[in-house]
Design a protein around this ligand. Structure first.
Ligand code: CAP
Ligand code: MG
Length: 397
């Protein structure tokens, strides 16, 4: 049993040599021979090249178990995604995948809720969920935020969430926000619109983040949200342990690592770490949108989040970023029904306002669920028709 890390590598050296450089740097070696090593170290801790795929510039490195504290993600990352990115002999190197041994996975509790639980709460057993990010991303007061949330809820969204940069600024404290938004979501429920999730952003420094999660829940939050790349996997794990509500995981800053197809870190290992640490839903990119990602990588993340993994609960992928009703079908063709499709601008930018925007998004979801082309469905659904006309130029056929 060991941990296998897959890298894309470009180098003047052969792939095997490059793989050896990575394996040595990240296990027991340095730039020169040292006289302080022992037989035990060489035998038990030295990483090796497991395999290479010359056609695709792929090297798999086998890291022995004893190198790791498997319940310590910072330590794991310092090895599999550590100094290697700076090695001058490697022109480009990208961590593509991590294959954890079962005993490592078993050290994590994973999410407290699975996809089925989330869908049941909002009465959406047989369809994808639809969510919105309140826009503008910052500036509205708690009262104003709650009004937007109410309009979106009665328009039919299942999830309302804060934007990644809205935390606890003076103009919109998170406690006030939770209280106001939940009051309006309760009102929507009393009026017959069912349950709606509200993911309040509790992103903050490590001495504060668990308190914020607990406080938010004590004030009625039925979901919390965290920016995982800026706060870290340990923060996510602490939040997931501390509260029983689902945790929405945003990935702002991920593109600094994931965007370059030749260097950095793919979204796939990030998805696995989020699942280990208890994220309930995770942004994994959109097949069509303002920041749409690599289709193969999204497919791989979807697979890693939703399929069996040593008994851990599954995670709901989130399609987001520049999505509007005209792009819903394309994203759902990629994701299938187990996902959340989110729109910020694509709802609050609807010519007839937030409620109409939410209705249009929901209608686009319904059209896909009923296997009816979006344009055809729009003939009998006016909010959808207005949205398609409004964003005609960026609608895919
Ligand atoms: C979407 C969003 C999200 C992105 C993040 C934004 O708003 O709120 O942060 O989806 O990207 O600010 O862009 P719009 P990803 O719907 O108005 O674009 O989901 O790829 O991590
Ligand atoms: Mg955002």
């Amino acid at each position: 049993m060991s941990l296998l890390a897959t890298y894309y590598v470009e180098s003047e050296m052969s792939l095997v040599e490059a793989g050896r450089e990575i394996a040595l740097e990240e296990s027991v070696g340095t730039w020169t021979q040292v006289h302080t090593s022992t037989d035990w170290i060489e035998k038990e801790l030295k990483a090796t090249v497991d395999s290479v795929d010359k056609d695709n510039n792929i090297v798999v490195v086998d890291y022995p178990d004893k190198l790791f504290e498997y319940d310590n993600i910072p330590q794991i990352l310092s090895i599999v995604a550590g100094n290697l990115f700076g090695l001058s002999e490697l022109k480009n190197v990208r961590l593509e995948n991590l294959k954890f041994p079962e005993k490592a996975v078993k050290m994590y509790s994973g999410p407290k809720h699975n996809i089925k639980d989330l869908k049941e709460f909002v009465d959406a057993e047989n369809r994808p969920l639809v969510g919105t990010i309140v826009k503008p991303k910052v500036g509205l007061s708690p009262k104003e935020t709650s009004k937007v949330a109410y309009e979106a809820a009665i328009g039919g969204v299942d999830l309302i969430k804060d934007d990644e940069t809205l935390t606890n600024q003076d103009f919109c404290g998170y406690i006030d926000r939770v209280v106001n938004v939940m009051e309006m979501l309760d009102k929507a429920k009393e009026e017959g619109h069912g349950n709606t999730f509200y993911a309040v952003n509790i992103t903050s420094s490590c001495n504060e983040i668990v308190d914020r999660a607990v406080n938010a829940v004590e004030h009625g939050a039925n979901m919390v949200m965290v920016d995982v790349i800026t706060t870290g996997y340990s923060a996510l794990k602490m939040i997931s342990n501390a509260v029983d509500v689902p945790v929405h995981v945003h990935r702002t800053m991920h593109a600094a690592m994931t965007r370059n197809p030749k260097h950095g870190i793919s979204m796939l290992p990030i998805s696995k770490l989020v699942r280990l640490c208890g994220g309930t839903q995770l942004h994994t990119g959109s097949y069509h949108g303002k920041m749409h990602g690599n289709t193969k990588e999204i497919d791989a993340c979807k697979q890693a989040l939703t399929t069996e993994w040593h008994g851990l609960k599954n995670v709901l992928p989130v399609a987001s970023g520049g999505i509007h009703p005209g792009l819903v079908a394309n994203n759902l063709d990629g994701y299938g029904e187990n996902c959340i499709v989110q729109a910020g601008g694509g709802i609050h930018g609807h010519p007839d306002g937030t409620q109409a925007g939410a209705k249009a998004m929901k209608q686009a979801i319904d059209a896909w669920t009923k296997k009816i082309p979006t344009k055809q469905y729009a003939e009998t659904h006016k909010e959808l028709k207005t949205a398609l006309n409004h964003w005609e130029k960026s609608t895919t056929p």
